[in-house]
Design a protein around this ligand. Sequence first.
Ligand code: DX5
Ligand code: ZN
Length: 235
Amino acid sequence: MTIAPSLLAADFSRLAKEVGRVNRSGADWLHLDIMDGHFVPNISFGPAVVQTLRPLTKLFFDVHLMCSKPEIVLEPFARAGADQMNIHIELGDHVTRLIWKIRSLGKKVGLAINPPTAISLIQPFLEQIDALLIMTVIPGFGGQSFIYETLPKIQQAAAWRRERHLRYHIGVDGGVDFKTAPECARAGADTFISGTTLFGQRNLGAAVRKMRKATEKSQSVGLLPDSEPLKPEVV
Ligand code: DX5
Ligand code: ZN
């Protein structure tokens, strides 16, 4: 399981200390939400902040680009120290070119999908991605409630991965807490992006361990080696 605290929920007045907390917590990735004020109605931070944080940790930097024109920022974020860059499938015709560009920069490729968007749009790209980021809230703000209607998408992504013998991560992002994370694990998710819940705990390390344990327990129930894959409707 990959546990990825989302920096959006950190105390921005002491970012370096917050990254230190994540570093010591046993988390696997640091999720960095980039909002452009256009693709989503909020603005977060840019490559200069990521560059400042890069020397503080060896954590895998998972950059989530909620941007209408990510092509403008791919190179700056690559230089700033991103390990993986997630672009949104809602960008339509631009997706192929963006995936190619991220690869050419030597970075891992993630593809994110918003709750109202059909999972079938992801299908042509499955062979080309390292991670699928299933948004479980409408992106733009932390602290929202998990949208349960997204669960069949996780099941579908897991079924495709099994059938095609692929290895992409299946991540969930938004409203992921100690109740919803195991439910996502049961559906087939292996990567858990969590902001408000993890940063809200005084002991981040204990929170990361708790989420890891809860999700591992659910996965072993849901994905027994010989069990029939779930056959959800394509949503
Ligand atoms: C939502 C962001 C998420 C956000 C999750 O637009 O993409 O990464 O930080 O925050 P929580 O866990 O508070 O829902
Ligand atoms: Zn995110």
